[in-house]
Design a binder for this molecule. Structure first.
Ligand SMILES: [Zn+2]
Length: 159
């Protein structure tokens, strides 16, 4: 777990320049290609992480800018869990991972990059991926790979 959640992201977290909260800004984009939104629900949405822990890393967040699970309304809580389930299903269909890590970092000390806006990480796992991730993480994320995965996730929902 230590390997999965931390080291290669430190650089990104430190160099983060984006002003404002991505979980507030991204859903407001008008379906542009680069927003990487996968599913828009009534209270919550899911999007691909542009700085993934692993291939297929999805984040699910409420539209409302709130920090903790205890700030969620009942309907938001239930749609959040449904969206997590749906994301797992989509990733299973497309990427066929052997396992998942589902996690929430509440507060910046817990490792949250955007500590003030609650989000759930869904990270697909494959046998042996902790061995190669620290190595490939030193390379840049290939935008084409994200675009392609984004398209496949959107297409899978049309069926
Ligand atoms: Zn926000």
């Amino acid at each position: 777990m230590e390997k999965l959640w931390a080291p290669w992201r430190a650089e990104y977290t430190k160099s983060k320049k984006t002003k404002g909260c991505i979980f507030c800004l991204k859903p407001k984009s008008k379906g542009g290609k680069k927003d990487y939104i996968v599913t828009r629900g009534e209270y919550v949405f899911s999007m691909l992480n542009a700085y993934p822990y692993n291939n297929g890393h999805i984040m699910v967040a409420p539209y409302r800018h709130i920090q903790g699970l205890d700030g969620l309304k009942k309907e938001e809580t239930s749609e959040l869990m449904e969206m997590v389930n749906k994301s797992i299903y989509l990733l299973k269909t497309i990427l066929k991972p052997s396992a998942f890590n589902i996690g929430i970092n509440i507060g910046s000390i817990a490792g949250a990059g955007y500590a003030e806006h609650l989000h759930v990480h869904i990270v697909p796992r494959w046998q042996g991926d902790t061995n190669f991730m620290p190595i490939i993480a030193k390379t840049k994320v290939v935008p084409e790979a994200l675009d392609e995965l984004h398209k496949r996730l959107k297409d899978a929902q049309k069926k």
